[in-house]
Write a protein that binds this ligand. Structure first.
Ligand SMILES: NC(=O)c1ccc[n+]([C@@H]2O[C@H](COP(=O)([O-])OP(=O)(O)OC[C@H]3O[C@@H](n4cnc5c(N)ncnc54)[C@H](OP(=O)(O)O)[C@@H]3O)[C@@H](O)[C@H]2O)c1
Length: 246
C-alpha cells in the first residue's frame, strides 16, 4: 500500500537492526528515505542499495546524532537532496547493561548523549525544519515498563525520550505534526543479542504472548503506520510494540 507517496523520511541509526528495517519498509510504501549512520558506512550503503534495487529512492548520510553540528548538517544535506523532510524517526540508540552501582560516568554519559541528546538534537532541528503535517516517531523501549536489573541508566534515557515526546507533541502540533514513541520489546538485533545467554533470551521470549523474540520487521510495520496520515490523530502517545509483554 503506497500510503507514504510523496513523503521524505529521515531514519537515524538506519545502517543496522531496527532502523535499517524501518528504512527498507518505508520505501515500498512510497517514501524517499535518508539512511543515517554514525560509523557503519558500508552497511548504510547496503541498505540504500537494497532500497534502490527494489525501485525506491534513498541516500546515506553520516552524522553522529549526539553532536549538534552533525545534526544540522544532516538536515541540510537531506533537504538539499530531497527538498524537504516529512517524517523523522529517532531510532539511533545504544545500550550498556550494568548494575547501577557498576555504571561508570562514561557509560552514563555515552547513553544519555546518543539516546537523549540525539533525540533532542533532531527534534529541535525538526521544530523549524520538518515539513508541516509531518510525523515524528521516537524509539523508546518496553524496558521502561519492566524494571529489569542492569537497565537503570538505559531506561533513564528512554524515560526521558518518552517525556520529551509528550511535551513536544503539544508544542509542534499547531503545524499539524504528530509525535509518538514506539516501545519495542526484545528484538533480534546486535544491540539485543550482545552479552545475553541463550537462557536469558528464552526467558525474555517467554514473557510475551507469542513466545518469541520480535524481528525488526515487527517494529518497522508499526513505525510505517505511525508515519502515515492514517495515524494523524495519534499524538503524544507511547505505544508498546511488544506482543503484550507489558
Ligand atoms: N533490539 C531491541 O531489543 C530493542 C528493544 C527496545 C528498543 N530498542 C531501541 O531500538 C533502537 C535500535 O536498536 P537496534 O537493536 O536496532 O540497535 P543496533 O542493531 O545496535 O543498531 C543501532 C543503530 O544506531 C546507530 N547509531 C548508534 N550510535 C549512533 C550515533 N551516535 N549517531 C547516529 N547513529 C548511531 C548505529 O549506526 P552505526 O553502526 O553507524 O554506529 C546503528 O545503525 C535503539 O534506540 C534501541 O534502544 C531496541
Amino acid at each position: 500500500m503506497k500510503n507514504l507517496n510523496g513523503k521524505v523520511a529521515l531514519v537515524t541509526g538506519a545502517s543496522r537492526g531496527i532502523g535499517a528495517e524501518i528504512a527498507i519498509q518505508l520505501a515500498p510504501a512510497g517514501a524517499k528515505v535518508i539512511v543515517n549512520y554514525s560509523g557503519s558506512k558500508q552497511k548504510a550503503d547496503d541498505v540504500v542499495n537494497q532500497i534502490q534495487s527494489s525501485g525506491g529512492e534513498a541516500i546515506a548520510v553520516q552524522a553522529d546524532v549526539s553532536k549538534t553540528e552533525d545534526v544540522k548538517a544532516l538536515f541540510d544535506k537531506s533537504i538539499k537532496h530531497f527538498g524537504k523532510i516529512d517524517v523523522l524517526v529517532n531510532n539511533a540508540g545504544i545500550m550498556i547493561n550494568k548494575l547501577l552501582k557498576d555504571t561508570t560516568d562514561e557509560d552514563f554519559d555515552k547513553q544519555f548523549n546518543v539516546n537523549v541528546k540525539g533525540t533532542f538534537n533532531t527534534m529541535r532541528e525538526a521544530a523549524a525544519r520538518l515539513a508541516n503535517k509531518g510525523s515524528i516517531i521516537n524509539i523508546s523501549s518496553t524496558t521502561t515498563r519492566l524494571m529489569l536489573p542492569t537497565y537503570g541508566a538505559y531506561v533513564g534515557t528512554k524515560g526521558a525520550i518518552e517525556q520529551m515526546t509528550r511535551v513536544f507533541a503539544k508544542e509542534i502540533g499547531a503545524r499539524g505534526i504528530n509525535v509518538n514513541a514506539v516501545l519495542p520489546g526484545p528484538t533480534n538485533t546486535e544491540l539485543f543479542a550482545h552479552g545475553k545467554s541463550d537462557q536469558f533470551i528464552e526467558r525474555l521470549a517467554s514473557m510475551n504472548a507469542f513466545n518469541r523474540i520480535a524481528e525488526p520487521i515487527d517494529i518497522a510495520q508499526v513505525v510505517c503506520f505511525l508515519a502515515s496520515d492514517d495515524a494523524k490523530w495519534i499524538s503524544g502517545q507511547t505505544i508498546g510494540a511488544n506482543g503484550a509483554m507489558a
